[in-house]
Design a protein. Structure first.
Lengths: 298, 530, 324
C-alpha cells in the first residue's frame, strides 16, 4: 500500500479526526488491534491461573499423586503424571508463579539498569558516553547464558540469584535504545529551553526527556519480560533453577529423559511457557504499533 | 549274511560320515563366535582410565578391560586365577603370595613381571581413595620375576578381594614409574598401555572410549569381541532408544523403574540383576548425630518408624528394588538377618517423640528438619526424600527438602556437616573392610564425603570392626559382623532403605554378559555375539 | 587509510574487552564458594586432606588471588589455557576438538535462517496484508515465543521417535569411522534437527526484520522515483530496495552472536551435540574452572571478532556510513 496511489483527501480525513492526547490515542489504537487484544487475553489467563490457581487447588505440586508417567486424560490425572508420579496439571498451575515472578522482576531490573545507563550516556555524551559504552560493550560480549550459569551455580541457585543473574546480563539492548532516544532529544528546542531556565540535569533527564522517550522503551520493557521468562525457563531446564520451586522449565528439564515414555510431561509445561511469552510478545507488538502509528499506515 | 556284511562295510561308515556334521556341531556348539563390536551405553563421563588412582564405576567399566588384576571372581565369591595362576594367604594372614603366569605381556609387548605388580600395589596404596583397602600393606617382595609377596603389618583377609579387577589394576612400571604423580599422569587417558584383554584406541573426553582386542592377551583365544565402544550420553532416554534400535547392545547399572519396565517388555532385550553383589550398593538415610535433635537416638528411631520400605520398593521403585535392613548388603556372605527392624508405626513414632521431649506445638508442629539428597538419581534419592517429608508431616515434623544443584554442592554440605539428614547411596565394595568400615569407625570422622559423616562414635563398634578386619576365618569374622550389624541397626546413625536396583540390560544377541559378583566391572573377555 | 587506523583501534579495543571478560570471570570463579579441589576430591571418590592440600599447591590455588590472576593472564596471552581439572587434558586441545561441531551447527542454523528468513521477508513485503505476510507474522511469533529446548524436544518426539526419519542425538552414528562421503552424509543427517531448532528463532526474527525494513524502504522517495521512471518491479525490489533493507538484518546478525552461543548451549544439550556449548555446561557442573574459563575466553573472542566483521560489512554495504 504505497502512498502514491492514495487520493489526496486521505490526509484531509486524518486532520479532521478528533485529536486525543497521545496516550489516549495509543490506547485506542491498542484496543482496536486484534492481536494485541489476543495477547492481553492470553497473558490475563496465565496470570489468573498462576495467582488464583494455587489458592483454588490447594495441592502440593511435589506430591506423588499416581503411578509415574500415567497418560493424560486418565482418571487419576487429567494431564497425566510425570516421571515421579506428580500431577502435571498441578505443576502447571503452581509452576507459573516462579517463572512469572522471576521474569517480571528480572525484566524490571534489566530495564532499570538499561534506562539509567543509557539515559546518562545519551544525555551527557562525551567522556561519560564513552565509558558507559565500553561497559555496555563489555556486557554485550559476555556470553549471557554461560555467565548466568556460572553465577547461579557458584552462588547456589535460588529465586534471588537467578533473578539477579538474568537482570545483570540482559540490560544492554535497553541501554542502547535509551541512549539513541536521549541523543535524539537532548538537542531539541524544548530541552534547551529547560536548560536555559536553569533546570537541573536530573530533572531534565527524568521529567522532561524520559516521558517523551518512553514509547519505544515501553515496548522494549515488554519484550524484556518475555526474554526474561525464556531465560529463566532455560536455566531451570538445564537444572540450574531453584530446585525447591516448581517451575515449568524444571518440569521440562527433569522429564527430558522420559520423553519417549511420556511426552505430556514435557509438552504441556512447554506449551505454558509458549502461551505466556506469546501473550507478552503480542502485547509488545501491539504497543509498538499503537505507540508508533506512522508505521500503521503502510 | 552277505546283506549284513554290506551294511557293516558300506552303510554304517556312510552313516557315520553323514552324521559327522551333527556331532561336530554338538562338540563345537559351545565355542563362542569370534568377532563383533559391543557398544556399551553409559551416562557418566569418566575422567580417565587409571583405576589405581580413581574409584567409581565409570572408570572401572573400561578400566577393567584395559588392565588385568592378579585375581578375578566368579558369582559365588570364589577367587579365580587371572594374572596370578596360584596364590596363597599365609596362615598368619600377614602375607599373600602371588604366583604370576608366565608369558603375559603388556599392550606394548613388554612382559608383565612381579616388579609391575609390586609397583601397582604400592601406587594404589599411595593414591587410591579407599585407604583401608591396602592400608596394612607394608611392602611387596619380588624374589623372582613371577612371584610377588605382599607383606602386611596385621592380618588382613580383605587383601584377597582387594586383588579384584576394579580395585587392583596392574600398571606397567616402565610407563608409570617415571616419577610423575600418577593422579595427573598423561598416560592415564592417552596412549594407555595396559595388561588386559582390550587395548585403548580412542579416548574422546566426555564422548566415547573405543577399545580393540589385544591379540597377545595371555588367555589364548580370548577375547572374542573385536571391539568395545563405550558411548557416553548424559541423556539416558537416548541410550534407551539406542538399545531398542540395536545401536547399543548393553547398558550396565540401569536403575530407573520406567526404563526397566520398558526393557522388560521388549522381546529383543535381556534384563538381569545379577552381577552387582560385589559392589553392594545401598540406598540409605543418614543422620547427622552431632546435631540436635538427631543426636537423640529415640528421635532417629521415631523417624525410622514413619518409613514404609515396602511402599518405597513397590510403589516408588516399581518393584525393582528390595528393602535393605542393615549396613552389609544382603548378597554379601557376611550379611545376617538378625538385625533390629522398624516396621511402619506412626502411632509409636509419635509416642517416642513425645517421650523424647518434643511435644507438638499449637500448630501441630514439633520441630523442623531439613533433608538433602544425592543429586542425579531422582528415583532412588529425591523421591524417597519427598516421601519422608510427607510421612514426617504426619507425626508433626516439618521437613524441608533441600535440593543441591549438583554433586559438588551436595558433597560440600556433607563434608562440612551442614545437614540434618540426607539420602545417600554408598557401596560395600566387596569386603566390608573396603566399603563398610569407613562409615562407622570413629577414627574416620573426616570432612570428606563418604566417610563417617554421621559423626557416629561407638568404641564397641570400633573394636568389633577392627577385630573382624584382622580375622582370617570367615565364620569368626561373620560372628563379629553379626554383632556389629545388630548394634548399628539399634543405634541408627543410618536408616537403611533399599538395595540400589542395578540391572544390566543387554541385547539377546550378546552371550555371556558378565554376571560374576563384580558384573560389568570385570573383564569382558568371555563375552561374544550369537 | 582511515579504515586501517580504525581497524587497528578497534582491534585494541576488542582485545581489551576480551581480557576484561577473562578477568571478571576469573574473579567470579575464584571468589565464589565452592572449592575446585573439593570437587575433584568428590569426583575421584574421596581424597585425604593431605592429597587435597597437595593438589591445591600444585594448581596454585593457595596463592593470593591477584597472583593467580597474573599467572593465568600471562598463560592466556601465550596461548596456554591450562589443564582441565576433570580430564587432566589441555584445555586448548579440548576446545579445538569441539569447535568444529559448534561452528557447523551455528553457521548452518544462522545461514539458513538468514537466507530463508530474508527471502520470506522480502517476498512478503510485496503484499503486506497477504497470506504470506500474515503467516510470517504468526511464524515469527511462534519462533520467538517457543522455548528453544521445548521445540527441540518436540522435534525429537515427532521426527526422531514417532516418525523416525532423523537420529535422536549426537553428531554421528555410534559406530561411524568419521571418514569419507558416508560420514559427510551421516553428519548432515544428524545436523538437520539441531540446526532446525536453533535456526527457527532466527528465521522468525530475520523474516520480520527484513519485511519491516523492506516496507520502510519501499515507501521512501527514491523508490517512488524508480517506479515513476517505469522500472520493473523486480529491478525496483532487488536492485534498489534490497540493499538497504538488508542492512538492519546484518547489524542484528552480528550483534546477536552472543545469543546464538547461548542458544547453542541449550540445543547442544538437548541433542547431545559434541560442541563447545555442552562442554561449557558440563564444566560448570563439574567446577572444571580451567575449561570453563577457557570456553568463556574463546566465546568472548568470537563475539568481539564477529562485531568487527559486522562493522566492516556494514561499511562495505553502505559506504556512506562513517564510524560513530
Amino acid at each position: 500500500m504505497l502512498q502514491t496511489d492514495r487520493p489526496q483527501n486521505q490526509n484531509l480525513m486524518k486532520i479532521e479526526a478528533p485529536v486525543d492526547g497521545p496516550w489516549r490515542e495509543a490506547t485506542r489504537l491498542f484496543m482496536r488491534n486484534p492481536s494485541a487484544i489476543a495477547g492481553l487475553v492470553l497473558l490475563g489467563f496465565v496470570l489468573l491461573v498462576a495467582i488464583a490457581g494455587p489458592w483454588v487447588m490447594g495441592a502440593d505440586p511435589f506430591e506423588i499423586r499416581a503411578a509415574p508417567l500415567t497418560a493424560p486424560f486418565s482418571e487419576e490425572a487429567i494431564l497425566g503424571t510425570d516421571y515421579l508420579g506428580r500431577d502435571v496439571l498441578t505443576t502447571l498451575v503452581y509452576g507459573g508463579r516462579a517463572t512469572l515472578l522471576v521474569g517480571a522482576i528480572a525484566a524490571i531490573l534489566s530495564v532499570s539498569i538499561g534506562i539509567t545507563l543509557g539515559a546518562m550516556a545519551g544525555y551527557y555524551g562525551g567522556r561519560v558516553d564513552a565509558v558507559l559504552m565500553r561497559i555496555t560493550e563489555f556486557f554485550q560480549v559476555l556470553p549471557a547464558l554461560l555467565f548466568a550459569m556460572v553465577v547461579v551455580t557458584l552462588f547456589s541457585p535460588s529465586l534471588v540469584t537467578i533473578t539477579l543473574a538474568i537482570g545483570v546480563v540482559s540490560w544492554t539492548g535497553t541501554a542502547r535504545l535509551t541512549r539513541a532516544e536521549f541523543m535524539k532529544y537532548r538537542n531539541l528546542e524544548f530541552v534547551r529551553a529547560e536548560r536555559s531556565i536553569g533546570a537541573s540535569h536530573a530533572r531534565i533527564i527524568w521529567q522532561v526527556i524520559l516521558p517523551n522517550a518512553l514509547p519505544p522503551l515501553i515496548v522494549s520493557a515488554t519484550l524484556a519480560i518475555g526474554a526474561a521468562i525464556l531465560f529463566e525457563a532455560g536455566l531451570s531446564f538445564l537444572g540450574l533453577g531453584d530446585p525447591n520451586q516448581m517451575s515449568w522449565g524444571l518440569m521440562i528439564g527433569s522429564n527430558r529423559q522420559y520423553i519417549f515414555s511420556g511426552w505430556w510431561a514435557v509438552a504441556f509445561p512447554g506449551a505454558a511457557i509458549f502461551v505466556t511469552v506469546l501473550g507478552v510478545s503480542l502485547i509488545g507488538d501491539g504497543l509498538n504499533d499503537s505507540l508508533n502509528p506512522k508505521l500503521r499506515e503502510r | 549274511m552277505a546283506i549284513f556284511r554290506t551294511i557293516l562295510r558300506k552303510v554304517i561308515p556312510f552313516a557315520l560320515v553323514a552324521a559327522l556334521p551333527i556331532y561336530s556341531s554338538l562338540v563345537f556348539a559351545q565355542a563362542p563366535k569370534r568377532g563383533g563390536t559391543l557398544v556399551v551405553g553409559s551416562t557418566q563421563a569418566l575422567r580417565h582410565l587409571n583405576g589405581a588412582v580413581q574409584s567409581g564405576l565409570a572408570t572401572a567399566v573400561p578400566g577393567t578391560q584395559i588392565f588385568a588384576s592378579p585375581l578375578r571372581f566368579d558369582d559365588k565369591w570364589n577367587a579365580q586365577p587371572y594374572l596370578a595362576e596360584k596364590w596363597a594367604l599365609a596362615a598368619d594372614g600377614k602375607s599373600l603370595t602371588l604366583n604370576l603366569r608366565k608369558g603375559a605381556v603388556f599392550h606394548d609387548g613388554k612382559p608383565i613381571t612381579s616388579e609391575d605388580v609390586a609397583f601397582s600395589i604400592m601406587a594404589i596404596k599411595a593414591n587410591h581413595p579407599f585407604t583401608t583397602m591396602m592400608g596394612p600393606v607394608e611392602k611387596v617382595e619380588t624374589p623372582d620375576p613371577h612371584t610377588a609377596i605382599i607383606r602386611m603389618s596385621v592380618p588382613h583377609p580383605a587383601i584377597i578381594l582387594a586383588m579384584s579387577p576394579a580395585l587392583c589394576p596392574i600398571l606397567p612400571k616402565h610407563i608409570y614409574g617415571d616419577g610423575t604423580d600418577l593422579k595427573i599422569h598423561p598416560r592415564n587417558s592417552v596412549d594407555v598401555v595396559g595388561s588386559g584383554p582390550f587395548r585403548l584406541t580412542e579416548f574422546k573426553a566426555g564422548q566415547r572410549v573405543v577399545l580393540e582386542r589385544f591379540d597377545k592377551y595371555f588367555l589364548a583365544g580370548k577375547p572374542y569381541l573385536d571391539k568395545i565402544i563405550i558411548n557416553i550420553n548424559p541423556d539416558s532416554s537416548n541410550l534407551m532408544l539406542g538399545l531398542e534400535r540395536g545401536e547399543i547392545q548393553m547398558i550396565p547399572y540401569a536403575t530407573n523403574s520406567t526404563e526397566l519396565k520398558r526393557f522388560a517388555s521388549n522381546p529383543t532385550l535381556n534384563l538381569t540383576n545379577k552381577g552387582f553383589e560385589g559392589i553392594g550398593a545401598l540406598n540409605w538415610l543418614a543422620f547427622n548425630t552431632a546435631k540436635k535433635p538427631m543426636s537423640d537416638v529415640n528421635v532417629r528411631k521415631a523417624i525410622a518408624m514413619t518409613i514404609d520400605k515396602n511402599f518405597i520398593s513397590k510403589a516408588l521403585h516399581g518393584g525393582f528394588s528390595q528393602p535393605a535392613d542393615g549396613p552389609i548388603v544382603a548378597s554379601s556372605p557376611f550379611a545376617v538377618p538378625d538385625v533390629i527392624r522398624y516396621p511402619l508405626d506412626l502411632k509409636k513414632s509419635a509416642e517416642l517423640l513425645d517421650a523424647a521431649g518434643y511435644k507438638a506445638g499449637a500448630n501441630g508442629e514439633r520441630f523442623k528438619l531439613t533433608i538433602d539428597y544425592l543429586p542425579g538419581q531422582d528415583e532412588q534419592q529425591k523421591n524417597v526424600a519427598e516421601y519422608v517429608r510427607a510421612q514426617l508431616k504426619k507425626v508433626g515434623v516439618t521437613v524441608e527438602v533441600r535440593a543441591s544443584a549438583d554433586f559438588p554442592a551436595w558433597a560440600k554440605r556433607m563434608a562440612t556437616r551442614d545437614f540434618d539428614m540426607s539420602m545417600d547411596a554408598v557401596f560395600n565394595w566387596g569386603d566390608p573392610i573396603i566399603g563398610v568400615h569407613r562409615t562407622y569407625l570413629s577414627t574416620n570422622i573426616r570432612p570428606i564425603v563418604w566417610t563417617n559423616t554421621q559423626s557416629y562414635t561407638n568404641p564397641k563398634v570400633d573394636d568389633l570392626l577392627n577385630t573382624a578386619g584382622g580375622l582370617l576365618d570367615p565364620t569368626k569374622r561373620k560372628a563379629y559382623y553379626a554383632t556389629f550389624q545388630k548394634i548399628v541397626t539399634d543405634e541408627l546413625p543410618i536408616h537403611f532403605i533399599n538395595g540400589t536396583p542395578y540391572h544390566t540390560v543387554s541385547n539377546k544377541k550378546v552371550l555371556n554378559v558378565p554376571t560374576t559378583i563384580w558384573g560389568p566391572v570385570s573383564p569382558y573377555d568371555e563375552v561374544s555375539f550369537k | 587509510m582511515g579504515t586501517l587506523r580504525y581497524l587497528i583501534s578497534r582491534l585494541f579495543q576488542g582485545a581489551a574487552l576480551v581480557l576484561a571478560v577473562v578477568v571478571l570471570n576469573f574473579a567470579l570463579v575464584h571468589a565464589a564458594p565452592g572449592d575446585p579441589v573439593e570437587t575433584i576430591a568428590g569426583a575421584s571418590g574421596g581424597m585425604s586432606e593431605e592429597l587435597q592440600a597437595e593438589l591445591r599447591s600444585r594448581y596454585g590455588l593457595d596463592k593470593p588471588l591477584p597472583v593467580q590472576l597474573g599467572i593465568y593472564l600471562r598463560q592466556v596471552v601465550s596461548g596456554d589455557l591450562g589443564y582441565s581439572y576433570f580430564f587432566n587434558l589441555p584445555v586448548s586441545d579440548m576446545i579445538a576438538d569441539r569447535v568444529p561441531a559448534t561452528l557447523l551447527l551455528v553457521v548452518t542454523s544462522v545461514l539458513a535462517a538468514f537466507l530463508i528468513g530474508t527471502t520470506l521477508g522480502v517476498l512478503s513485503a510485496r503484499r503486506p496484508n497477504g497470506l504470506l505476510s500474515q503467516s510470517i507474522n504468526v511464524l515469527s511469533l511462534v519462533g520467538f515465543a517457543a522455548p528453544v529446548f521445548w521445540m527441540g524436544l518436540l522435534l525429537i518426539i515427532f521426527l526422531a521417535s514417532w516418525v523416525p526419519i532423523f537420529p535422536v542425538s549426537g553428531m554421528r552414528g555410534i559406530e561411524s569411522t568419521g571418514k569419507g562421503w558416508g560420514d559427510v552424509l551421516d553428519v548432515v543427517h544428524h545436523l538437520v534437527l539441531p540446526s532446525l531448532t536453533l535456526g527457527l528463532v532466527y528465521l522468525a526474527q530475520y523474516s520480520r526484520l527484513s519485511r519491516a525494513a523492506m516496507l520502510d524502504v519501499l515507501g521512501a522517495d527514491y523508490i517512488r522515483t524508480a517506479r515513476a521512471k517505469g522500472l520493473s518491479e523486480g529491478v525496483v525490489l532487488y536492485k534498489h530496495a534490497l540493499r538497504n533493507a538488508v542492512l538492519p538484518v546484518v547489524t542484528v546478525l552480528g550483534l546477536q552472536f552472543g545469543n546464538v552461543m547461548a542458544g547453542a548451549i541449550v540445543v547442544e544439550t538437548v541433542f547431545n551435540w559434541p560442541g563447545l556449548g555442552r562442554l561449557a555446561f558440563e564444566s560448570v557442573l563439574r567446577r572444571d574452572y580451567p575449561t570453563l574459563l577457557g570456553v568463556l575466553f574463546f566465546s568472548s573472542l568470537v563475539v568481539v571478532v564477529m562485531n568487527q566483521v559486522t562493522d566492516l560489512c556494514y561499511r562495505l554495504i553502505d559506504p556512506r556510513i562513517k564510524t560513530s
